[in-house]
Design a protein around this ligand. Structure first.
Ligand code: AR6
Length: 168
């Protein structure tokens, strides 16, 4: 049985087996949570991105690299749809969470921290981004025991907590 919780924090501080990164298709770093993860993880994360993803990653897919200097052992990078440029297929957002959980299971991850994918620079409406995150994590069969959705700001954290309380 999965334990899903809400946390308000910088995801790079999380002491978990793996953290999920809201990356882009090029997989060479960026702003938002991606920038924070590359800064905190150090050059080993980018080196691994280049070695393991020479052609980047498709939207809705996920793959792992080392966590470098992060407390987490692995970073699971995923790419959500960019709502603000018209990528509005919700199944791609759901797929980003599903594939992240699948990769986590393959790695034997027991604890995982996940940000609100596509909910920042990519502009996915916050309420629906929270709903997609909670619903998908609760409905995807997984071996990961402890999943925490990490919100950066108080308002997002409150939305996530209320949505988790409401159940699947
Ligand atoms: N810890 C936890 N959550 C964070 C952090 C952090 N350190 N920083 C931001 N957030 P975003 P996206 C929240 O923009 O929308 C990058 O340039 C943020 O408040 O990081 O999927 C990539 O390279 C929001 O709720 O990701 C891509 O080009 C959520 O994380 C693009 O942005 C996601 O915001 C991806 O955009």
């Amino acid at each position: 049985m999965i334990r899903l919780t809400a946390v308000q924090a910088d995801i790079t501080t999380q002491r978990v087996d793996a953290i999920v990164n809201a990356a882009n298709r090029a997989m060479r770093g960026g702003g938002g949570v991606d920038g924070a993860i590359h800064r905190a993880g150090g050059t080993a994360v980018l080196r691994d991105c280049i070695a393991r993803f020479p052609h980047g990653l498709a939207t809705g897919d996920a793959g792992w690299t080392t966590g470098g200097d992060l407390p987490a052992r692995w970073v699971i990078h995923t790419v959500g749809p960019n709502f603000s440029i018209g990528e509005r297929d919700r199944s791609l957002l759901i797929s980003a969470y599903r594939r992240s959980l699948e990769v986590a299971s393959e790695l034997g991850v027991a604890s995982l921290a996940v940000p609100l994918i596509s909910a920042g620079i990519y502009g996915w409406p916050k309420d629906d981004a929270v709903d997609a995150a909670v619903t998908t994590i609760l409905e995807t069969p997984t071996d990961v025991a402890d999943v925490r959705i990490v919100a950066f700001d108080r308002a997002s954290f409150d939305l996530v907590r209320r949505r988790i309380d409401a159940g699947a």
